[in-house]
Design a protein around this ligand. Sequence first.
Ligand code: C5P
Length: 417
Amino acid sequence: MGPQGVRHSSDVEVGGKKIVLAVSGGIAAYKSVHVARSMTQLGADVRVVMTRSAERFVGDQTFAGVTGNAVAKDLFGDGPDAPHVELARGADLALVAPATANSIARMAAGLADDLLAATLLTVQCPIVIAPAMHAEMWAHPATAANLATLAGRGVIQVGPNSGPLMSGDTGMGRMAEPHEIVAAALDAIGHAQDLSGRRVVVTAGGTQEPIDPVRFIGNRSSGLMGFAIAHEAARRGAKVTLVTGPNTLIQPPGIEVVDVHTADEMRDAVLNGAADADVIVKAAAVADFKPVDHADKKLKKAEGPPEITLEPTPDILAELGAHPELRKPGSVLVGFAAETVEDVDQLKALARHKLEAKGADMIVANEVGTHDSGFGVRTNRAVIATADGVVDVGLVSKEALAAALVDRVVAFLALRA
Ligand code: C5P
């Protein structure tokens, strides 16, 4: 670390890292040779994948020469059966340089119509893109929308700059310089490791409290927020246990998943992991009440409306807050507060209140019940409260909120070290 905890590229250990360098077709491809060479000289294992049109600008032998690895181009051929999987598996970083308007659009759409696109759809690592295109293409709303989509998924963008373009004119769209791209790549790799050696327990989704074998009391939580946090923590090097209520999401690779249904099951699973956890993030929407009894057989409509008596579920977050002995010393406890509010000031006040009430180190309060924030949508309008104050994160993707949350968790851990 540099002065005042600022990370410098030179601090990042690159030796042995597998970097997929995806080169699409633009005049700037020649600059990617310098990127490939720099990363290789730093000790990275650079695997280049090129589109057919990229070959019009740079020969594959040039990349093979500077990286020492054969260049991948074809989805089907003499090589491995699934070359995109072979390239993507174990990659620490995917770097798309140049990222043409076309390759950006294909990434945003999730296309897999050549080896480069299929590889980018398969990688589980951070992705850095260095856009390069004519000024008009850069300014097109379609490109802006595609880049916003990618940013929402956590893709990191470097450049473009304003400068001379291939068309002979000058404007926005010139690919970032190799040293800028290498710096962004190193930052992305280094960033991915700031929870290395840490154990993180994340809860996600809603609980289901049974009424009878087929009915339950539940809520609309999708699990997206908790999954995004688990993914972000794992990406940054943590060993993650994700305790989740029923959901329809794809099981995140490299993460231990404990499936639960009820608040009681969630409590057992969380307390099980709490003693070893450096960080506990309670993103789950736990039911506050459960039926005192549930029927063994399906309740019959003919028997009329049942009387359901409710009792409180265990408040897992409050229990962990009130009993530090259940947790690893120095661990960070993060809770969520899903609130219907009039304005951000109300959200901030509720976050502050819940911070006290739950004995947590951090509360993320997010708005629910709107079309763009809370349960079942990909974005959240949120504030983050700690003893130092409340920060308004605004309306962001759940991935971006997860990153903001993990940044603060890392700062907490550093202060307690
Ligand atoms: O009190 P409220 O339900 O608003 O608190 C929300 C926070 O408390 C979330 O972090 C949630 O995961 C946690 N919680 C819990 N156990 C409950 C209810 C909520 O851990 N029974």
